[in-house]
Ligand binder design. Structure first.
Ligand SMILES: Cc1cc2nc3c(=O)[nH]c(=O)nc-3n(C[C@H](O)[C@H](O)[C@H](O)COP(=O)(O)OP(=O)(O)OC[C@H]3O[C@@H](n4cnc5c(N)ncnc54)[C@H](O)[C@@H]3O)c2cc1C
Length: 338
């Protein structure tokens, strides 16, 4: 909605996190969105509302409170089974006009990428996709939405000063969820889905799982990742041996993928997967921004590089200066002794 006067900003309150529901189950990215919303709402002295659209999902509201929501805006209707961007966009637009949230965060998943632009168009407001950082401008309360721009060569901070609500999407595993507190309770606000929320709807004929082989790096606790410094497919054999020893998955930089040393399914970064592991071990990866945005929120980062001055070595919690073809066999030898 266009603001004709900056004073109208005060009418828009609270930060909404749109729950990602797949096959009737709230997905983990929802809790990450609630965590990000909590920080924004605390900065503004407002509330976090989780928006739960689904069929038979009412019972999952408690988990949204546990992860930091103050209120759950619930629409539970059989027409919301599966995924209908038309119904969801329609009901969201109506509820946004009624409750006037300041911010709506959605997941930058296949579902969120289909839904959020539709909501933005209907509500006549902007949308910043794939944000890597969010904040509040202390001067005027605007949402500061940071994301890679110009092919990832810069990080741009985008604001939307003349429209409300402010819409943004965030990829899974970019933001951190808060530790759940099962004692935390909140209020459920029930709303109906109205016939007028969608004019015509698609019919879902069949739902199936993509059979393409997916290397699920998203759930790995440890990732051993290789870049151009690995020098070839044989270098990745060394990384796989290392990964097996420590129970890790294998990731890679785009330079390694473009060289044909390992498949795209392993790519981490802006045009690959985003990961948030307990331990990320970067081997021969310099740490250009396009790679860092895909792994920088990992808990502990270990880097092995000949050059101590790379961005990855500067970012790392533990930086090992040396030739990875000497360092990794030494580490494997030490593990074998245990
Ligand atoms: C639009 C766009 C999207 C992109 N998306 C991605 C993306 O999703 N993911 C991604 O990774 N990149 C992406 N890139 C590419 C990115 O800009 C970098 O080019 C790439 O990440 C570099 O990979 P690297 O660190 O492996 O290679 P380099 O930058 O060449 O670094 C190699 C490192 O290996 C070290 N090294 C060499 N030999 C050894 C050795 N024997 N032992 C130890 N260290 C050694 C070197 O000192 C160096 O630090 C993208 C680029 C663009 C323009």
């Amino acid at each position: 909605m266009i603001l004709t006067d900056p004073s109208q900003k005060a009418e828009y309150r609270n930060v909404w996190a749109l729950a990602e529901v797949l096959s009737g189950q709230v997905q983990p990215v929802t809790y990450e969105l609630i965590g990000a919303s909590r920080a924004l709402a605390d900065a503004k002295g407002s509330e976090v509302w989780a928006v739960l659209l689904g069929a038979g999902t009412a019972g999952q509201a408690d988990s949204l409170f546990a992860y930091g929501a103050d209120k759950v805006l619930l629409v539970d209707d059989p027409r919301l089974a599966g995924f209908s961007d038309e119904w969801e966009a329609g009901v969201l637009e109506r509820l946004m006009r009624k409750y006037k949230p300041d911010v709506l965060l959605g997941a930058a998943t296949a579902r969120g990428r289909a839904l959020m632009p539709r909501v933005a168009v209907k509500a006549n407001c902007g949308l910043t996709a794939d944000c890597t950082q969010l904040g509040i401008d202390p001067e005027n309360g605007d949402l500061l939405q940071t994301r890679p721009a110009f092919g990832g060569n810069i990080l741009a901070t985008i604001r939307c000063s003349s429209h409300r609500p402010q819409l943004a999407t965030v990829r899974p595993r970019v933001m951190k969820a808060l530790a759940p507190d099962s004692g935390r309770k909140g209020e459920v606000i029930r709303e109906e889905l109205l016939d007028t929320d969608a004019k015509k709807t698609k019919r879902i004929v069949e739902t199936f799982q993509d059979k393409e082989t997916v290397v699920n790096l998203g759930h790995a606790q440890i990732i051993v990742s290789g870049g151009r410094g690995v020098k070839g497919p044989k270098g990745f054999d060394l990384l796989r041996a290392f990964a097996n020893k420590v129970g890790a998955a294998v990731g890679a930089s785009r330079a390694a993928i473009d060289s044909g040393w390992i498949s795209y399914a392993h790519q981490i970064g802006q045009t690959g997967q985003t990961v948030q592991t307990r331990v990320y071990i970067a081997c021969g990866i310099s740490g250009q921004i396009q790679h860092l945005v895909g792994m920088q929120s990992s808990d502990t980062i270990i880097a092995i590089d000949k050059n101590p001055n790379t961005p990855m070595m500067q970012l790392a919690d533990i930086a090992i200066v040396g030739d990875l073809f000497e360092v990794i066999p030494e580490i494997i030898k030490e593990i074998d002794k245990v």
